[in-house]
Design a protein around this ligand. Structure first.
Ligand SMILES: N[C@@H](CCC(=O)N[C@@H](CS)C(=O)NCC(=O)O)C(=O)O
Length: 216
């Protein structure tokens, strides 16, 4: 199977995770961020992730891809239960995390931003939602205070030893890990002990790299 992604895309991380967690091979193709033609040809929309199945057909929507790949692997199925506190945390942090993450994603040499036109495409699109990247970078101290407080509230919900955040790998990990992984691009975030250990363990188990070494 082939998976079309952007490295920075949290929905793509969901799809990448299930291949790693189930030990299934996949050919990953990172599209240029301004490539509209290929995704539209494949799924009729300018959106990733896109799975190309072995029969040559295409599938969009990250959670459909996760469930399809999980079933194909034939190694049991991910636990579907998502605690309401975890969903609420994801929703709360999702309201502002883009302000920390998006201005940084174009600065660390990711493959989807290899050209100036790909960077411009992203910046123009995202600034319409979150305001100027420069302004958001200038707001880093206030945003850091907010995320560091929210991470303290997440910490008691994180299993201290299991690969899975709730004692067994499941949908909670598919939803939460991509958010935490993308936050590793932000220098100055204080991941509490169990959350930091979870990030490292799940990164290894899923084969998805973290951004700590490039954080800005
Ligand atoms: N509901 C979709 C959402 C996917 C999505 O929003 N992907 C973003 C990247 S993170 C995208 O392709 N946006 C179009 C763009 O960046 O131009 C899913 O879960 O797969």
């Amino acid at each position: 199977m082939k998976l079309y992604t952007y490295d920075h895309c949290p929905f793509c991380v969901r799809a990448r995770m299930i291949f790693g967690l189930r030990g299934l091979p996949v050919e990953e193709v990172v599209l240029a961020n301004d490539d509209e033609e290929n995704p539209i040809r494949m799924i009729g929309a300018k959106q990733v992730p896109i799975l190309e199945k072995d029969d040559g057909s295409f599938m969009g929507e990250s959670l459909d891809i996760v469930r399809y790949v999980d079933e194909s692997a034939g190694k049991g199925r991910l636990k579907e239960n998502v605690r309401s506190e975890i969903q609420a945390w994801i929703d709360k942090v999702g309201k502002y995390s883009g302000k920390l993450i998006q201005p940084r994603t174009v600065k660390i040499g990711l493959p989807e931003f290899a050209t100036a036109s790909a960077v411009k495409y992203f910046v123009d699109k995202k600034e319409k939602n979150i305001g100027s990247f420069a302004g958001n970078l200038a707001d880093t101290p206030a945003l850091l205070a907010q995320i560091n407080q929210d991470l303290k509230e997440l910490e008691p919900l994180v299993d201290p030893v299991s690969d899975g955040i709730n004692g067994e790998v499941g949908m909670e990990d598919i939803l939460l890990f991509p958010v935490l992984r993308n936050l590793t691009i932000v220098s100055g975030i204080e991941f509490p002990k169990n959350t930091a250990a979870y990030l490292t363990r799940m990164g290894k188990a899923s084969g998805v790299d973290l951004y700590f070494d490039r954080a800005i």
